[in-house]
Design a protein around this ligand. Sequence first.
Ligand SMILES: Nc1nc(=O)c2c([nH]1)NC[C@@H]1CN(c3ccc(C(=O)N[C@@H](CCC(=O)O)C(=O)O)cc3)CN21
Ligand SMILES: O=c1ccn([C@H]2C[C@H](O)[C@@H](COP(=O)(O)O)O2)c(=O)[nH]1
Length: 283
Amino acid sequence: MQQYLDLCEHIINDGTWIENERTGKRCLTVINADLVYDVKNNQFPLITTRKSFWKAAIAELLGYIRGYDNAADFRVLGAKTWDANANDNSQWLNNPHRKGTDDMGRVYGVQGRAWSKPDGGCIDQLAKIIDNLTKGVDDRGEILSFYNPGEFHMGCLRPCMHTHNFSLLGDTLYLTSFQRSCDVPLGLNFNQVQVFTLLALVAQITGNKAGVAYHKIVNAHIYEDQLPQMRDIQLKRQPFTSPQLAINPDIKSLHDLETWVTLDDFDVTSYEHHDAIKYPFSV
Ligand SMILES: Nc1nc(=O)c2c([nH]1)NC[C@@H]1CN(c3ccc(C(=O)N[C@@H](CCC(=O)O)C(=O)O)cc3)CN21
Ligand SMILES: O=c1ccn([C@H]2C[C@H](O)[C@@H](COP(=O)(O)O)O2)c(=O)[nH]1
């Protein structure tokens, strides 16, 4: 939690104001942040200086794992977070590739589970990784990449957390996740949960121990309309100690994650937090 607060302070103290054309807003911005999560000791990196809706973050992750391309499917899992990008952005609404209401196009999990090959067919990057890690193999290319510039024009948003690179040392699994663009008040609150949970889940279903997750961010920003709440409210609060994440031990395979797993299979214990803060969202 302290590393999150340090990043927020760093943006406020040292950030540069940058105009963002896509949203029409200015962002206070820094380049480079390195966050580290202790998954081994279950130090769940949940924000405590405001109430965090962690279930929606895990629902998003499940949707990516399943390769969903539709905001309605994310809503069924428990995340409304893709509604705006799928339905309220005029550029995407006018895109001939959009297949109708709630379509997100070829983003995130679609690339992870069905990357189109130029010579036909597609690649399931996640299945290959799970298969290798289950056999104790790390070919030094256990990479799940959502970043496909050849299909950016077919999706509502370029992936922000775009690459997850797994590493196996003996029977301990590590994860290094890369993020190109980070909305620190809103998105990072979710992304921290997702990096941690992805390592915990993949370790569990491949029969390995979870080690450390490394989260590398390039452009970390606070939108101009979020700044007063972050600076004058959230950063004035004292953090509480980290809660713990509990995952149903019956989840044993990728197939389980694709079929019956719901948010009821996750629980957070000892979560002490301050009141919720509603931050503006930029589409
Ligand atoms: N500007 C922007 N920031 C983001 O963080 C973001 C995007 N766009 N577009 C794609 C996804 C969607 N994400 C989102 C979208 C909404 C919330 C949000 O509104 N969170 C609220 C409450 C959510 C709830 O009640 O479930 C929060 O207080 O954290 C968070 C992440 C992350 N991503
Ligand atoms: O998982 C996510 C998804 C999105 N974001 C944020 C980062 C930016 O504020 C916007 C995306 O805008 P771009 O113009 O495509 O960079 O969404 C996030 O923090 N985490």
